[in-house]
Design a binder for this molecule. Structure first.
Ligand SMILES: Cc1cc2nc3c(=O)[nH]c(=O)nc-3n(C[C@H](O)[C@H](O)[C@H](O)COP(=O)(O)OP(=O)(O)OC[C@H]3O[C@@H](n4cnc5c(N)ncnc54)[C@H](O)[C@@H]3O)c2cc1C
Length: 535
């Protein structure tokens, strides 16, 4: 069994290397000295605890708010003390009210001092429309919040209204149509659980408490990505409340420009999405997982082997390369394969040829695999949510910042060595950090750059530089050193508020069309944030 898994929660979830590794019963092979990955290990149980695929109103189910607005609170900032807040049926929690701080805070603790005047928690689409109309009428700025995981804290603001969509989390599966309608406040682990109970999934990231809305609107990359594409690629339609208070449907047949823009254009632009209908995919009874590790001395060679292999591997296989700051085996590859682990020795041969010190593989039911990547294999399902966002949620918040790059040509030795060195350097600075590489190719690259708003379709992989509890200078210098080797693009969902040319970095040649959609749908620019389209 693996023994020294890095347990930093954010890294584990963002990187997809579950702390669960040491906790999965059976299913683990340990091979030293570069032997082939072992196959055919026991599957871990995949019970869909606490999840159900509810029919009926996909938007309202799951709602549990009392409907009572907090009273006696002092509202300050743009919402103004004279205003009662939006007349919705859901809660309105004003600054100064009991529980306000927890309601206001986003996942990233760096933004704990950024406080809105009020947090509104609509119960349904009608409430969302009421809140938007009220915000526009009273000139109160609004930020929508799904899972609150924006790296840059874009789902909160100083003064103004946060529209927290946590109660819009119903999931209605239509097996006949092969779709699922998912409320915009759903968290990924709940989506995985509800769909897995019916043998289905949508592709998405590995952090259990990321919200479906911010994730899907910005792209959505995960360990089913090379097989089924980005989360955004699987949007069949979305319901969105625009600044004029209308509820629009965006699909290939209705408001097609808006539909184009919502698939990668980024959360916070255009309006408030209340639900998405996604194409669903059938999953096998088990999927294979693998984790390989190398010491620092072999990290650059391992990266060379990974980049030559991962973007061109079978689409059924998606992997992530990790360079961790510190540890005896700082280089790691984690991945998932839609097939049996007995195939892995052949599939991983070019990696195992570089002499990893450990190779672990196994088979898991689909939900068990997602819990494993989430680092939740050993905790109750309810606990697999960020504290304060769901009853029983225990996952801690984090303080972090990040930058990202896209790579279209294999990194030369100088770049690989610089990255390995940078990761080692991070170990000597307070806090912690890592550099992660998400492999693209497969279904992601089958989509043309202009076919959706998500433009990064001709790349090999995405690099994410992550730093926790400080390390801003390290982040800046590591990112700067890679300029000669990267496309100049960046991933909107790994939001970097310090990025100067974010319009071209996030959107490339799609930016002008996004501008036109933005002007048509929100001409007065009500929906706004520091990197909003048209800003
Ligand atoms: C721990 C962690 C792990 C992650 N892992 C991955 C990963 O594996 N793969 C990946 O691709 N990304 C990953 N991400 C990045 C993630 O996809 C983005 O941060 C995403 O935007 C978060 O969505 P959210 O709804 O949780 O965030 P929020 O902060 O709620 O929203 C993000 C943005 O979208 C807007 N928004 C939210 N809801 C709506 C709505 N209903 N309508 C319109 N706009 C809305 C917000 O105003 C904000 O601008 C991870 C992030 C974290 C913190």
């Amino acid at each position: 069994m693996p023994d020294s898994i890095d347990r930093r929660d954010f890294l584990l979830r963002a990187a997809g290397i579950g702390s669960a590794l040491g906790l999965v019963a059976g299913g683990v092979a340990l091979v030293r000295g570069g032997d082939a990955a072992h196959a055919g290990m026991a599957a871990h149980g995949a019970a869909a605890r606490g999840a159900s695929a509810a029919g009926g109103d996909a938007l309202a189910s799951g709602a549990s708010a009392t409907g009572a607005s907090a009273t006696g609170a002092t509202a300050t900032g743009a919402a103004g003390s004279a205003l009662a807040g939006p007349p919705i049926r859901g809660q309105v929690i004003k600054r100064g009210a009991s529980g306000f701080a927890q309601a206001a805070h986003v996942y990233n603790e760096r933004f704990d001092s950024v406080l809105p005047s009020l947090v509104a928690r609509p119960l349904d689409t009608a409430d969302v429309r009421t809140a938007v109309n009220w915000g526009v009428a009273h000139n109160v700025p609004l930020r929508a919040r799904s899972g609150g995981h924006s790296y840059a804290g874009y789902s909160t603001l100083s003064g103004g209204m946060v529209l927290d969509l946590r109660h819009l989390r119903g999931i209605a599966i239509n097996t006949h149509a092969g779709t699922a309608t998912i409320g915009a406040g759903s968290q990924l682990i709940d989506v995985y659980a509800a769909l897995a109970a019916r043998g289905l999934t949508i592709p998405a990231g590995s952090c259990p408490s990321v919200g479906i809305a911010g994730h899907a609107l910005g792209g959505g990359m995960g360990l089913a990505g090379r097989k089924f594409g980005l989360t955004a690629d699987n949007i069949v339609s979305a319901k969105i409340v625009t600044a004029d208070g209308r509820l629009l449907t965006a699909s290939a047949h209705q408001n097609p420009d808006l539909y184009w823009a919502l698939r990668g254009g980024g959360g916070g632009n255009f309006g408030v999405v209340t639900s998405f209908t996604f194409r669903t995919h059938r999953v096998p009874s088990t999927v294979a997982w693998f984790v390989l590790r190398w010491p620092a001395s072999r990290a650059a060679d391992a990266l060379a082997a990974w980049q030559a292999w991962a973007p061109h591997a079978r689409p059924a296989l998606t992997s992530i390369f990790h360079l961790n700051g510190g540890g005896s085996e700082p280089a790691q590859v984690t991945g998932q394969y839609f097939g049996p682990s007995r195939d892995l020795p052949g599939l991983l041969a070019s990696l195992t040829a570089t002499g990893p010190t450990t190779v672990h593989t196994g088979d898991l039911g689909y939900l068990a695999a997602q819990l494993f990547w989430a680092g939740c294999s050993s905790i109750p399902f309810a606990a697999c949510h960020t504290t304060g966002t769901r009853p029983g949620g225990t996952l801690p918040r984090e303080s972090f910042q990040a930058k990202s790059d896209y790579v279209a040509k294999p990194l030369p030795a100088a770049a690989r060595n610089a990255l390995v060195q940078a990761a080692q350097t991070r170990a000597h600075i307070p806090g912690s950090g890592a550099i992660l590489f998400d492999s693209y190719g497969g279904a992601i690259n089958q989509v043309a750059p202009a076919a959706t708003a998500f433009v990064h379709r001709k790349v090999l992989f995405c690099i994410q530089y992550l730093s926790y509890n400080g390390g801003a200078n390290w982040l800046g210098s590591t990112h700067a050193a890679m300029r000669p080797y990267v496309t100049g693009g960046a991933y909107f969902n790994y939001t970097d508020p310090g990025l100067q040319n974010w319009q071209s970095a996030y959107y490339g040649s799609n930016y002008q069309r996004l501008l036109r959609v933005r002007r048509a749908v929100d001409p007065h620019h009500y929906f706004n944030f520091p990197q909003a389209i048209g800003r």
